[in-house]
Design a protein around this ligand. Structure first.
Ligand code: NAD
Length: 498
């Protein structure tokens, strides 16, 4: 049994609150260990420690900070198999998919090696008589990241990389469901030369999160998780005067036009709908075929593919996907399927009864496929976060576009078509933050930014890319006059350079 405490000030410390949560191994339903849930006092102590460590790190030149990240990359590459194994065991996704999770995080660290470039300010010589103006980016101090269970490597690294590279001290409050990878990342950062207290992991639940929200020494919070919690954190964090960005839930549509390459569209839907058991914020959960003929053809082709999905334990390299994260998640997903049936959607593939031979206690849900889903149904409106794909039939392109735009979530979306005009019109008009054209999971690369629209995101800057450096730094602008000795008397009007 593993016992996770916290990682504070460069060392593992045991939790003192006396409260713990179980950490499961979803593939067989066993309890892998327990994780300490921090009290408010433990969080305050971690923040005080980080606050003491931050000034020296912030004053370290950005190139040296970047070198620590370079060393981290080397160590993370060596630890890749071990990290993927921990991740797959605690999350449930396959080892191959876990490696993708790690890789997407690593790519952001690679981007953050450009910190010296990202931290550069601007300079205007001679903005007025003897006057130069320049700006600089400075770290905020202590900042925090609160992250979800579904990408336990990628999202902590998306948050920590830019925060640390910019010279902040970082407190990570990872998901209590899979804390193993974040704890290991803390060790790797330390081994790479990061000073103690700059990357801290404080495990916990609502109490730890509330302590972050109310601690006056935490200047910024980056959150990723479900929309109700995102909204709560955004509201309370902002009202406490912090800089807050929160990324929430999703219901990603894929519009399939009548001229789409149907083989390509079906492959895309199978991978994007059922990969990682649908536990991705960029998973496609709604297929929108345009026209009856397209819909009939799509469903006809999808059915055998969904029926023959290979589900397996996370360590099975030939599995398409593994179990979901907890027994409660599996039950919730099956409940949604029951609701869909009651609402009148046609369940054409039913995975509720799936059990994995030899792993009967694992948290498995078989692939489910609904046809004739309508926009008033709960299974359409709400995020299921499981291997359940809903087909909503649209009579024409306009209706397909309207569905995407009217949905409360706006994280990702895709259109499959061979018509450049339709693709261009869609990209311009769709009210969604990340758009794929014949690409089902359009997660932008590290040097672009990641973020949804509508109720998928709260706050005005995105994750990673240049926005992340803006989020984790504050800008100072200096107007200076040299040479000294210029005497033009007192002025009582607002200064202008005109
Ligand atoms: P979650 O909202 O349950 O938990 C996220 C974090 O908030 C965790 O660290 C958790 O401990 C904390 N938390 C949970 N309940 C809380 C409460 N009542 N008060 C304070 N803190 C609380 O999300 P999850 O189940 O871990 O992750 C899945 C969700 O995350 C899905 O909705 C998914 O769409 C979303 N997600 C979004 C993105 C994105 O970039 N938009 C990326 C990944 C996941």
């Amino acid at each position: 049994m593993i016992s996770y405490g916290h990682y504070i000030g460069g060392k593992q410390v045991a939790g003192t609150s006396g409260r713990f949560a179980e950490v499961f191994q979803p593939m067989d339903g066993s309890v892998r260990g327990k994780v300490a849930l921090a009290s408010k006092a433990e969080m305050s102590a971690a923040v005080a420690n980080a606050k003491a460590a931050q000034p020296a790190w912030g004053a370290t030149n950005p190139q040296r900070r970047a070198r620590v990240l370079m060393k981290f990359l080397e160590l993370a590459a060596k630890a890749n198999d071990e990290l993927a194994d921990i991740l797959a065991r605690e999350h449930g996704k396959t080892v191959a998919d876990a490696k993708g999770d790690i890789q997407r995080g690593i790519e952001v660290i690679e981007y953050c090696i450009g910190a010296p470039q990202m931290m550069k300010g601007e300079f205007t010589e001679g903005a007025g008589p003897g006057i130069d103006i320049y700006s600089m980016r400075q770290p905020l101090g202590v900042v925090a990241g609160i992250t979800p269970f579904n990408f336990p490597a990628m999202i902590p690294l998306w948050k920590a990389g830019p925060a640390i590279a910019a010279g902040n001290a970082f407190i990570l409050k990872p998901s209590e469901r899979d804390p193993g990878v974040p704890m290991r990342l803390a060790e790797l950062f330390l081994e790479a030369g990061l000073p103690p207290g700059i990357f801290n992991v404080v495990n916990g639940d609502k109490e730890a999160v509330d302590a972050i929200l109310d601690d006056p020494d935490i200047k910024a919070i980056g959150f990723v998780g479900s929309t109700p919690i995102a909204e709560y954190i955004y509201g309370r964090g902002c009202s406490n005067g912090k800089r807050v960005q929160c990324f929430g839930g999703a219901k990603n549509h894929m519009v399939i036009m009548p001229d789409a390459d149907m083989d390509q569209a079906v492959d895309a839907l199978i991978g994007a709908g059922y990969g990682s058991a649908g536990e991705r914020c960029m998973a496609i959960s709604v297929a929108v075929p345009v026209g009856e003929k397209t819909a009939n053809e799509l469903v006809k082709r999808l059915v055998p593919r969904v029926e023959s999905l290979r589900i397996g334990p996370s360590t099975d390299s030939s599995a398409d996907f593994g179990p979901v994260v907890t027994a409660a998640a599996a039950a919730k997903i099956k409940d949604y399927v029951d609701i869909g049936v009651k609402e009148g959607a046609k369940l054409v593939v039913d995975g509720r009864g799936f059990t994995m031979q030899g792993y009967e206690k694992g948290f498995y849900v078989g692939g489910c496929l609904f046809d004739h889903v309508t926009p008033d149904m709960r299974i359409y409106k709400e995020e299921i976060f499981g291997p359940v794909l809903s087909v909503v039939r649209a009579k024409d392109y306009e209706e397909g576009l309207r569905l995407c735009n009217d949905h409360e979530y706006g994280n990702g979306v895709a259109i499959f078509t061979r018509d450049g005009d339709a693709a261009r019109d869609f990209a311009a008009k769709v009210q969604v933050g990340m758009v794929g054209v014949n690409v089902p999971i359009p997660v932008p690369l590290a040097y672009y930014t990641f973020g949804g629209w509508k109720r998928s995101s709260f706050g005005d800057l995105n994750q990673h890319g240049p926005d992340a450096f803006r989020f984790y730094t504050k800008t100072k602008t200096i107007t200076s006059r040299w040479p000294s000795g210029i005497k033009d008397g007192a002025s009582f009007v607002i200064p202008t350079m005109g």
